[in-house]
Design a protein around this ligand. Sequence first.
Ligand code: UT7
Length: 325
Amino acid sequence: MIKILGTGSYVPEKVLTNFDLEKTLDTSNEWIIKRTGIKERRIAAPEESTVSFSVNAAKKALAAAGVSAEDVDLLILTTSTADYQISSSAPIIANELGCRKIPAFDLNAVCAGFVYGFGVATGFLESGMYKNCLLIGADTYSRILNWKNRNSCILFGDGAGAVFMKKEEGASNILSYDYCSDGRGSAHIRIPAGGSKIPYHSSENIAEDDLYFQMDGKKVYEFTIKEIPACVERLLEKANISSADLDAVVFHQANIRIIDTVAKDCEIPIEKFFINIQKYGNTSSASVPLALDEAVREGKIKSGDKILMLGFGGGLSWGGIILEW
Ligand code: UT7
């Protein structure tokens, strides 16, 4: 069985409220709260980045698990805002933490990253390849947002979350998993330029906005409302449990209206959802582990609980896991 022995998280100190955004954008606190549930988000200080967030969150997860960095066998960072295009950030994090020469790599499934990473880590551990894994979800969207584009910049914040997972003796406690993608919706969430298709140096005609994160919010919203309840239903069916059997739901914090819709459609009482979107906005890969860490530290998750974790976003990619804690 896979045990999560410790969780940790980190958010930068700087708070950016909806009222702050009103000063620079044609938006309002009222619109943002009503359409998204977000009141404020955290923004990286100039010297901070995805690596420093990850190191801070990871140290807390290791301390909570009562292990040292030298005990870590495998490190996975899920992010879509690594410190550099090349090389990956996970080895830098492993080095800064003081890990041995362990396997360490980045995984990019955008906002579904942490939940994908959880599945990958589980596979490594269940197969016996490695005994434990430090899994981190971290993102610094403040560095890729176009702060003049009110459609997207009001939604996101920076942060990181981490878990230390270990394989222990006993029957599997992963009750179900369900992963999907649909590349037809790839253009709904992307940074058009800067990759191998349109490199920064390829043309003088790259539109300024194409260097920044772009999202067709309406199309993504329609996709989530259709696909995510169906994903939850499949997870419950595969686990052979009903929604009443779930003790807690740790869901991607993208929009409170999405959470409300899934709760209603899947007949899961809203009280079972851990919600912190009002404080941090959408922190992409950090969203699920940040919520998980807060739920654990607030005593909302206990041994034996059935937990649903679910993420969705760019790709389009989505996925979830039901596990017994
Ligand atoms: O993490 C990855 C997954 N991401 C998501 O799941 C996000 C999914 N999408 C959403 O959450 C929602 O679509 C948004 C929150 C992004 C937008 O909410 P919406 O209810 O779909 O608004 P909309 O895009 O339909 O815009 C409604 C109106 C428009 O004005 P008109 O055309 O009706 O006059 C927008 O121009 O609201 C306007 N608007 C704004 N007004 C004030 C758009 N952004 C803003 C803003 N402030 N920040």
